[in-house]
Design a protein. Structure first.
Lengths: 258, 157, 272
């Protein structure tokens, strides 16, 4: 019993310490973001590797998710004779929820894991220590541009996901099952609000981009610098980032639409 | 170092993002829902506003001519007081215009429908629409229907 | 025998250093003095914290007790910016080279210049090529780090360490995992660079022959303390059985071949 209590205490202390390190890490990284204007090329390079390289998977996923929504939405709505509402159903589902969330999950899987692996390897091959020894702050040089890139890339990816998804819904709904194109768009335009829906969706994806990149970078930074340790850190990134995205999504939804 | 190719790709990426946002803003929602045009404000009292909400549409003849801006409850007349903004493009509603709370489709959004009257004078900022028709509350309608059916069958017997 | 206080020539002065990682004690009272202009070797078996010592000198780690003075400054009491200024004058060669994987050889060597100076690109090119030529890799300037052999990567790292004209270079296991030719090349380079540029070098290694051939002074670490020090010749003549075992690579001696275990026969019988 005593042992159990001690164990619990130990775990608790470790969790708190980890949380503390997370925040210290974030603070150092944010402090490093200040000098980013002078090193704009670093940001460009990271935008390429987390943004451009994730684009294909986002476009393909967005198209299919939109098409599925079109089909499922139609099948459900046609029972109520309300298939004209398909446009607004597809658009709201995408813009409010699926766009930001699925984009963040895919981003965690594609770019987040890559970031963790990259940072972990940098640690294992002493590149991070090497930078420090060359009097170059790794937070400024390595972490800040990556955090900023994730922060910028995810909302852009989510917007692209949404646009492609709406197009996918249009393809299935209008071109295939034959909903009237006019009412598809007009219902959508009447039902989707720029501030309430689209802006909130963008805010969500900014928050998600920040959280996923933060987790990915920290896990890499905190990884045990061996190949096994880096592998485990990568897994942790995907799991933690996904759970964090879903949890935070609930909170944000409750705040925005509750 | 960053090559030209990377720079171009990132540029394309950012452009695509802006394009997607533009599509979302213009095509998916409509841009005019947020740049509310200037207008004048009128009020109307209803027994029951049903599911009417701020930002609900005000339409005449099926065309959106304004938005609901505020809904309060007047404790003196025990009625709901709805404030709406009518756009400056539509300034010639007669003072005896009537307002009804209608529903788009069977289960759709509720909105205010205006039916112009015949007076010479027009509604102005701060005017009140006198003739109103409350929202249909489905439970009441069904209740009345059942009641009248019961009455009818009672008379027949 | 140089004591920590008397020598005016000391570039690095380590006094009564204590350091523990978790519950594992790594140093318990280490005193080391590194003379200017000399190559000082720090030797000892794997796991005695030789790399940790270098990180302590560079103030990447902080000791539990004791102090390290580098060029007269207590490195662990410096502000961050003062520490970074100091680090620009100290080169360190990591075991893996620690080259930045996404830059080619040229850009890796040019990296500190581009970060810390506003020199024109033509001058940077000039300076980089001089250093690359010195390590014999001027022709490899366009290769990526993944295309280099381990020995070449270390030579590039040396070129990079030299680019800021440091006063001292620390080598972390420069010979580990190298073939004999590459070892010879590296040992030669360390010696030449040190003498030609008037640097001070600290070499951490467990490769006895190579290290003794270039070192001016040797410290041997074991179990968190300095157990022997002297010139390479004094080392070879040392009567300490421990040093004898280490230098002549004997399997058994004061450092036992067997990990602590119960008595052999008893252990065997127990299973049956």
């Amino acid at each position: 019993m005593l042992k159990l209590t001690q164990n619990l205490g130990q775990q608790g202390l470790m969790a708190v310490a980890r949380l503390g390190r997370r925040f210290m890490f974030l603070l150092s990284t944010l402090a490093g973001c200040a000098g980013l204007i002078r090193r704009f090329h670093l940001l460009i390079k990271q935008l390429y590797s987390v943004g451009v390289l994730t684009l294909v998977i986002i476009v393909v996923a967005g198209l299919f998710v939109g098409m599925v929504l079109g089909l499922q939405g139609y099948n459900t709505l046609v029972d109520f004779g309300a298939e004209e509402s398909l446009g607004v159903v597809v658009a709201l589902t995408l813009v409010r929820e699926l766009g930001p969330v699925v984009t963040a999950l895919l981003f965690a899987g594609r770019a987040g894991s890559a970031l963790t692996a990259e940072i972990g390897l940098m640690k294992a091959t002493e590149q991070l220590s090497g930078l420090e020894m060359m009097a170059v702050d790794p937070f400024r040089f390595i972490f800040a541009p990556r955090l900023m890139a994730g922060f910028i890339a995810v909302p852009i990816l989510a917007a692209i996901f949404n646009a492609v998804g709406v197009f996918g819904g249009y393809l299935v709904g209008v071109e295939w099952v034959g909903v009237d194109a006019g009412s598809f768009w007009s219902q959508m335009q009447a039902g989707v609000d720029l501030q309430e829906d689209i802006l909130n969706g963008v805010i969500k994806s900014i928050v998600f981009g920040f959280i996923v990149t933060w987790i990915a970078l920290f896990e890499g930074y905190d990884a045990v610098p061996t190949s096994e340790g880096v592998g485990r850190a990568t897994t942790r990134t995907v799991v933690q980032a996904s759970l964090a995205v879903l949890g935070v999504d609930f909170l944000l939804t409750a705040l925005m639409f509750g | 170092m960053v090559t030209r190719k990377v720079e171009i790709m990132v540029g394309v990426f950012m452009l695509l993002g802006m394009l997607a946002l533009a599509v979302l803003a213009l095509r998916v929602s409509s841009i005019n829902t947020w740049t509310t045009p200037d207008g004048y404000s009128v009020t109307a009292r209803f027994e029951n506003v049903g599911g009417l909400k701020p930002r609900s549409a005000v339409s005449a003849g099926g065309v959106v001519v304004g938005r609901v801006t505020d809904i309060t409850y007047d404790t003196e007349t025990y009625q709901a007081k709805v404030t709406m903004t009518l756009y400056n493009d539509f300034t010639t509603f007669p003072t005896d215009t009537s307002a009804a709370i209608l529903t788009a489709g069977l289960l759709g959004e509720q909105y205010i429908g205006l039916e112009p009257g015949a007076e010479e004078e027009y509604l102005m900022n701060g005017s009140e629409i006198e003739i109103t028709q409350s929202a249909l509350v489905l439970e009441q309608v069904i209740g009345q229907f059942i009641f009248s059916q019961a009455n009818k069958s009672g008379e027949e017997e | 025998m140089p004591s920590s206080s008397s020598s005016r020539d000391a570039l690095v002065d380590i006094a009564n250093l204590h350091f523990a990682r978790g519950s594992r004690r790594i140093f318990s009272g280490v005193d080391i003095t590194i003379q200017r202009g000399k190559i000082t070797a720090i030797m000892g078996p794997s796991g005695t914290g030789k790399t940790t010592l270098l990180k302590l000198i560079a103030a990447q780690l902080y000791p539990d007790q004791g102090s390290i003075h580098l060029d007269g400054q207590d490195v662990h009491r410096l502000t961050r910016s003062a520490l970074y200024t100091l680090r620009k004058r100290v080169g360190m060669l990591f075991q893996s080279g620690a080259l930045l994987t996404d830059l080619n050889v040229f850009d890796n060597v040019a990296f500190p210049l581009r970060e810390h100076t506003q020199l024109p690109e033509t001058l940077i090119r000039h300076l980089v090529l001089i250093r690359l030529h010195a390590v014999g890799l001027r022709g490899a300037r366009d290769l990526m780090p993944s295309e280099l052999s381990g020995g070449m990567a270390r030579r590039v790292a040396l070129a990079r360490a030299l680019i800021m004209d440091p006063m001292m270079i620390m080598y972390d296991e420069p010979f580990a995992g190298q073939d004999p030719i590459s070892m010879g090349v590296l040992a030669d380079l360390i010696k030449t660079v040190n003498d030609a540029l008037g640097l001070t070098s600290i070499v951490v290694s467990h490769d006895v022959a190579e290290t003794l051939s270039i070192a001016d002074y040797v410290y041997v670490l074991s179990d968190g303390v300095v157990i022997e020090q002297g010139t390479p010749d004094q080392m070879k003549a040392s009567e300490s059985p421990w040093v004898q075992q280490f230098i002549h690579a004997q399997a058994n001696g004061p450092v036992p071949f067997h990990y602590p275990a119960p008595e052999y026969m008893a252990d065997l019988m127990q299973a049956g």
